[in-house]
Write a protein that binds this ligand. Structure first.
Ligand code: SF4
Length: 200
């Protein structure tokens, strides 16, 4: 029975991973104090967390993507809503056609200079916090289109959180990029626009 399951007496989850600056973190060889052991037992038993961690968990698991399919990569992106890949598992079943109701811009395909301004406009209309995935070689670096019409990387106009390599990346690769982004958010890392600007 689940109710009769005994809780572990000593937690194996170090406080350092919970983001606390305790004496134990400063002196890792000293071992946990009695108070810290008691706190960890209570955290494990009751599921106590911080507000920041709860908000990050909610943000990572309710992220709505915006649609910005530009070329062949977009076909792979579209397939992640199918029953085979099913991103509704991550609370992402709705691809928004309105930037104001989207959190994640997945740029899939080559971005021409003509499309750069509309793309930046869509990004600016998204509410914060917002994230960007550059999907595929073309969105990340211009790919094979090293010419005057194609932007050599979407990070020249918007800050990119995750680059997904490939030409085209399979839907599994995009899923991994999305999961990595979720991990970053849950770990408390800020969105790219807070820590860096666009490439020069
Ligand atoms: S990376 Fe390859 S598949 Fe994707 S848009 Fe460029 S040429 Fe097409």
């Amino acid at each position: 029975m689940a109710l009769s399951r005994r809780l572990p007496l000593i937690s194996d989850r170090p406080l350092a991973r919970a983001g606390l600056s305790s004496e134990r973190v400063l002196m890792p060889n000293k071992g946990p104090g009695v108070f810290e052991e008691e706190i960890e037992k209570i955290e494990d038993a009751l599921g106590i967390t911080t507000v920041e961690k709860a908000v990050a968990w909610a943000q990572a698991n309710s992220m709505w993507p915006d649609t910005f399919g530009l070329a062949c990569c977009a076909i792979e992106m579209m397939s992640i809503v199918s029953s085979r890949y099913d991103i509704s598992r991550f609370g992402m079943e709705r691809f928004s056609s309105s930037p104001r109701q989207a959190d994640l811009l997945i740029v899939s395909g080559r971005v021409t200079h003509k499309m750069a301004a509309p793309l930046r406009q869509v990004y600016d209309q998204m509410l914060e916090p917002k994230w960007v995935i550059a999907m595929g070689a073309c969105a990340s670096s211009g790919g094979m289109f090293n010419n005057y019409t194609v932007l050599q990387g979407v990070d020249k106009i918007v800050p990119v959180d995750v680059h997904v390599p490939g030409c085209p990346p399979r839907p599994e690769a995009l899923m991994e990029g999305i999961i990595r982004l979720h991990e970053k958010i849950k770990a408390g890392l800020p969105p790219a626009y807070q820590i860096r600007g666009v490439a020069q």
